[in-house]
Design a protein around this ligand. Sequence first.
Ligand code: V0D
Length: 254
Amino acid sequence: MLQRLKALFGSRPKESRTLLETDNVPQHIAIIMDGNGRWAQSRGLPRVAGHHAGMKAVKRITVAADRLGVKYLTLYAFSTENWKRPKAEVEFLMKLPQEFLSIELDELIEKNVQVRMMGYKSELPGHTLSAVEEAVEKTAHNTGLVLNFALNYGSRKEMIEAVRQLAESAREGSLNPQDIEEKDLSAKLLSAEIPDPDLLIRTSGELRLSNFMLWQCAYSELWFTDVYWPEFTEDHFHEAVREYQRRARRYGGL
Ligand code: V0D
């Protein structure tokens, strides 16, 4: 039986809108953190100010996910397509992992968070990669929330690389093409160690997947909001989780 309304969360627990179940919390939530540049421009600020403000939201939602008991939080920080942006903007973005980790890594360690990265490392600047790898190494033994940054990630590239590996095994003779199953492709993806997302959130009003975890989101619940990522709060996050739980109850009743 579902235990509804089992717990209160959030900064304003008297309001019914912060009421959440503690069971049926999505195990894996993935987020397309869109609208940082638009948020800045709407306030007459440079786009990079939006990226910086977006980092604050990363902290906020990581803490919120940890409090809720989410096991995996995947955040789309930089896509393989984002290299097409102006050079100065890319250079600014590539400094954010260092800045974020210099401020937050100690607290992430204290919270038993495990930092991971999902993406292609070879194209990243050395200073970016070394900051991320240091955080990954220092938190590898942690057993709490897995905070998975999609960084220089693209889903079609990921699938092409996986198919190449399977084709190579077939050519070598260690794999019969007729025996290829879904799990074999899943095992070659960058997300191999992580379960498929239960819930995908995209902020800022776009209703697309934009090359993010296309294979992995085959059965994920999708939730969209017009709110720009820098304005995304714990309450918005709870709204998405509550809608996920509502959908789960409806399917359970059929
Ligand atoms: C800008 C909104 C944290 C999206 C959030 C390099 C765009 C703020 C990280 C981060 C970015 C990445 C890896 C890591 C620790 C932190 C980050 C990028 C952009 C792209 F190990 N925020 N953040 N990385 N933005």
